[in-house]
Structures are given as structure tokens and as C-alpha cells.
Unconditional design. Sequence first.
Lengths: 279, 353
Amino acid sequence: MKASQWGVTDLSVDYGRRTALRDVSLDLSSGTIAAVAGGDGAGKTTLLRALVGLVPPTSGDVRRPTEDAVGYLPASSGVYPDLTVEENLRFAARAYGVRGSDYQAARAELLERTGLEGASDRLGGNLSGGMRQKLGLAMALVHNPSLLVLDEPSTGVDPVSRKELWGLVTDAARAGTAVLLTTTYLDEAGRSDVVCVLDAGEVLLQGAPDALVRGVGGSMGEASTEPDTHFTWRRGATWRWWTTDATPPAGSRRVALDLQDAVVIAALRKREQLEGVPR
Amino acid sequence: MWALVLKEFRQVRRDHRTLAMMIVMPLLLLVVFGYAASFDVEEVTTVVTGPRASTTEGRLSGLFEVTGSHEAWDRSDAIDHLRNGDSVVAVVTGEGAGPEVLVDGTELFSARAAVTALAQIQNSPQPEVLFNPDLDTSAVMVPALAGMILIFVGTMITSLGVVRERQSGTLEQLAVMPFRPRDVFVGKVAPYFVVAAIDLTVIVGVGTWVFDVPFNGSVWLLAVGSLLFLFVTLGLGVLISSVSANQGQAIQLALMSLLPQILLSGMIFPVASMAAGIRWISYGLPLTYFVQIARGVMVRGEGIGGLWFPLVALAGLGLVIFTFALVRFRRDLAPARPMRSPIAMRVAQEEVG
């Protein structure tokens, strides 16, 4: 992995008396994708907003490039509903000083890769959710930023558009951009190089997805009825269990855990530590 | 049904602005209409000039409140005095014939009261109404309406434009883009400034050609006054947007700032007729000064000599409101930028370099 350029160190953010983030550290390297996952109110958006300078940190350090090297997609997509696709893209390009042939080249490539070339004269407000997110991403990428920050780019987007969005993000990283995105989908987070799972403003898990899964240890399995073990939770139509004991519960079978299981186990263990009560 | 009533009460209680509008606005209207909204003129400021000024002054009573007596002044001095808005009536005395009474027609209600009062006095001279000889309402209302429309565009439309940007999330995007806060501020305000300037030109043009409102003064002086006034209204618009979470709140606040200006600026009710306790509010309102400038320039042909005070007052209000608006806008737009760490700056320099 390349050396870390951007990121946050021991970052804490308070909104009045409420702590939104506490001692969060995350390094962002050129050419890699980091995903911040977590439930609603976990602090994902606050972390992004602090990184791009929209929220002042209460303490800690924020490392980011100058504004002209940051691409940002807010959760609302940042698309002007009363401007056309072309006008939105042109505005973003001009804001970042991309003009003339450079703009024409970027425009052609981005519209083609987002599938928006046939919609260039449609108003932003008339686009579907997926198209609006893709346009927002194109606006964030038009100046080839060194840091790309995306707030829930795929939320509310259909599977095909999600795939296209991920294609754009992956290509940007491949071209050397450091990408930080938030997501509520752990399967999506699993496709990134680094995952940072936040829970109530604190880091619950952080690392490469494979390493996080490998690091859980113990044994996990599933059962059709709730097993009598220390840690159990529902997943789909079955129950999952996890234990550090060698003996699995009766009537169950072992299965390989994935990132979602790793996050659930970490959350349950944290709750047990805090409350002294399992589950 | 009770659940709905209870829910509605809870929502209203938490919407402080609507609550304020529901409670403060009726009180404000009551106070304004009770103390300020009066067309009744109890005194008309009067200056007496000419060689027999001191003897004539003693004969004036009742409605005519003598504010000055100048034996050395002639008729043209008296007209200049009226043109500067220093008095409403000038009584010009001569050596031979009876006195001549000049009335400032731009002070509509005072002028009408003076003319009516003089008509009831036997053998009184026929007054000459200056600047607005027919005492046309449109001649005094059109310049004031120009101010009201500038407030509408400058305050209400500007605040809506900025709030719309915040509501749609694009203001957040702008904050991250390489714009300085003042660039965003000017970029947001400039189109409204141009629209307001066009509006003003159209209103003055239509007023002059369609309603025969005279334009006796300097276009440039009106332009300077309008420019200063626009700074105040645009600043007020941005200020309102910075404390409004949505467009509904922005409209409420803009209306709350617009209504007192219409009622207390002298646009409709003469400031001189307002109760002293209410009058001081008028002097804190930008429209009060714009009305003085617009009527002074357009109808009376007043020069900068008589209008320096409203111009300075508007400049002062503009400076305070615009600065406050810019500071709030900057704080909203880039709260974290001043706290950018030295490391980030150093790395950024290396990145750029």
C-alpha cells in the first residue's frame, strides 16, 4: 500500500454537548478506496464533512489537499435541479478551472461512462435518483481530484446504477485518487481496500475487509432455531451463532463468516463490554 | 381528532418563528395602526422669510409651526429651503404687497392640510404649491414604491435564492469547491443586484412616462442612493437566509422586515404624524431614507446638499448589515477552513508544488 497522504488522526467532533465522533483515525492513500460503514447516526457523514472542512474538529488533526484537489459528492448529490446535465457539469468544471479542450475531453468521457450523454440537456431535477448520483459523481470527478469524498453515493440507487457508480469510483482509484466513501451496505464496503466501521461515533472495526474477517477468530455457524449460545443473531431466515468454544451448539452447522458477521460480532462484543450483558 | 389538535399545538409551539409571527405581528400592527398610521396632520413646519418676517411670524398660529424666521432671505432662498425638505411651508414677505405662501407638494398630507387651513382664513393669500402642483398621490407614491420593490427583490428573492441552495444541498458543494466565501457571496447576490437595478429603471421610467411623475433631479444622485439602498436590502436578504432553515422561514422573516418598512417609513403615513415613541423606529429603517432620497431627487429636484444625511444613513446601515451578513455567510459556508491544520497546509503545498 502506498504511503498515507490524507486522513484524520484522533479526530473528535462535538455538536454542542453531543459527541458525534470520538478519537477517530483513518489514513487515506493514493489509489485506494476506504469505506466508512455504520448505522444511522454512527458519525459517517460527520467524518466526511470534517475531512472536507465543512465541520470544525473539536480536537484531532485533519489532513486534506487544497480545495481544488478535492472532489466531493454530498448525500444530496449536489446537482442543481434547475440546470441541465451539461450546465451542471460545466459549472463544476469552471469552478475547478477546467476549461476549453480539457473540459471537452472530461465532459465526453464522463458523460459516456455515466451513460448520461443522451440526457445532457435534461434538467437535473428531472433525472432519476441513480442518474442524479452519477451526475453528482461526474461533477466531483471533472477535475481529476487527488481526494474523492463521497457521502452515500449508492443509497437509493438501483443495482445497475450502483454497478456503474462503483465502476467510476474504482477507475478513479486506479488512476491514483484516494477515495473515501460512506455506505450503509456492508457488501459494498467489502469491495473497498479499507473499511472503517463506526458505532456511536467510535471506531468499531478498521482494516482490510479480509483481515477483519480473519481476525474474528472463534467459530460461527447457523441454525434454523435460536441456538443456546453466548452470541446469537438473526440473519435472513436463519439464526447465526458465534462462540470461542470448540463445541458448536447442537442442531447447527458451521459456516464461513463474512464482513457483515464480523461487524455484528464486534458490535455484540462491544455491547457486552459496555453493559456486561450479552446480545 | 384530539390527537390531531394536540399534534398541531406541539408543532406550532416548536415553530418559534411562526409563533412569533402569530403573536408579534398582530401586536405590531395594533401599535402601528394605533400610534403611527395617521393621516392627521397636527402641525406643519413653516419658515418665514423676507423683511417683514418677524411681524408675520407672530400672526401664524395653530397648524403652522414656525421653525425659522429669516429676514435676509428672499423667495429663492425660501424655495431652496423647501427643496431641501427642511420645512413644508414658506411664507415669503415683501415690502409692499401681502405675503406669498409657498407649499412643498411632496409632503402630500401636510401640504393638503396647509392649503385647506389657508382657505379657511379670510383674506389669506392663495398658496403656491411647488414640485407637485396638483398634489398628485402618484408623484409621491411612485418613488416610494420603487423602494418597496427593491426591498422585495433585494430581501425576499435574495434570501429565497440562498436558502434554496442550502436546502438542496448545493451550498455544501459550493463550500468545498475552491471558491472564497466572498466569491460565493458576490456570485449569489450579483444577479439579484442586476435584476433590482433593471426593476428600478423600469419603475422610474413607467412612473415618469405613464403616471407623469416629475423627474427634476440628478439621475446619478438617485443611482447612488439606490445603490446604497440595494446594499442594505441585499445584505438583509443574505442575513435572513443565514438564519432560515427553509424557504418558508425565509419568507416569514422577509415579510416581518418588509411590513414595518412599508408602514413606518413615511411611504404611506407621514413620519411627522407618527407618535414620537414610534417615530424612532422609522429612523432605523432603510426605506425611510430611500423614500426621502427618491422623492427629493425625482419630485423636488433636490441636490446632494439636502440629501447628505439620508445618503450617509443608508451607507452606515449598509455597512453594518452587509458586514454582518458576510460574516454569517462565511461562517455558514466554511466553518472549518480557518482550522485547517498546518500539516494539511504543508502537504497541500507539496501537492501543488
